[in-house]
Design a protein around this ligand. Structure first.
Ligand SMILES: [Mg+2]
Length: 260
């Protein structure tokens, strides 16, 4: 394999909860020094690009805005291409509401005709929101979810993700929900388009079998599973190219497989 480029997941790979993965920050510097291309790709919908950069900076990572591609940005671009200015009923955190409105879309939290029902990760969604969303979808709004990750690692606690919320709405509507983030091929295609990385020479490094690894395989990318987040002990699935105990082991993997 020629020298690869990397897509790197953030949550469960670079940090877990509020702590960086041990020796993680040095890895990005190593990749820059050795001239391996990389892009951070994340299903995190609760932070904007700049909030993610600020959090990573606080944790010791050196990172530029254009080195981060969050699903929230992909969602904004999808809404713009689909509706221009989109009127959205949002089930999601205030951070996503701010990002949508800053990007020229409008957000309501009450029952009124809209173009789209948008679902992002939030800590405490309620069935009243699902109730409203069902009627809005039946009246023609497009149901859109930023992802359907079943869980996310919050430090030592595993919390339920957006998946159960998407499943709740799906159970009471008759049409499929449009998905934006990993494991959707369109998300990886957008990331390849931004970077110019070669599909067959790009390695997705992630902690989630369902979004990172399955998504990479479906999109024709290589993949490496790290054991610091969602999938600590699951077997490596067919089609995955290997595992690393942690992102901190990536430099050694590169040194072993590719000449300096
Ligand atoms: Mg993750």
């Amino acid at each position: 394999m020629p020298k690869p480029s990397f897509f790197i997941d953030i949550d469960g790979v670079l940090y877990g909860g509020s702590a960086p993965v041990a020796k993680g920050p040095g890895v990005l510097n190593y990749l820059r020094k050795r001239d391996f291309g990389f892009l951070l790709v994340t299903n995190t919908s609760r932070m904007s690009q700049s909030q993610i950069r600020d959090k990573l900076t606080d944790l010791g990572y050196q990172i530029g805005l254009d080195e981060i591609f969050p699903v929230s940005l992909a969602a904004v671009e999808y809404l713009s291409s689909r509706f221009g200015h989109a009127r959205c009923f949002l089930i999601g955190d205030p951070s996503l509401e701010m990002l949508l409105t800053d990007s020229g879309h409008s957000v309501v939290r009450h029952e009124t005709p809209v173009d789209a029902v948008v679902m992002g990760q939030c800590m405490w969604p309620d069935f009243g929101e699902i109730d409203i969303a069902r009627r809005l979808v039946n009246d023609g709004a497009e149901p859109i979810a930023l992802h359907r990750d079943p869980t996310w690692p919050d430090g030592s606690v595993t919390r339920i993700g957006l998946g159960p919320i998407v499943a709740a709405l799906e159970s009471v509507i008759s049409q499929p929900v449009t998905l934006i983030g990993k494991p959707q091929r369109a998300f990886f295609d957008a990331a390849l388009g931004r970077t110019g990385f070669e599909r067959s020479q790009t390695v997705m490094i992630g902690d989630s079998l369902s979004s990172d690894i399955a998504g990479a395989i479906g999109a024709g990318l290589k993949s490496l599973l790290v054991r610091t987040g969602n999938s600590i002990s699951d077997p490596i699935p067919p089609g995955c190219d290997g595992e690393l105990p942690s992102i901190a082991d990536l430099p050694q993997w590169c040194d072993l497989n590719f000449d300096a």
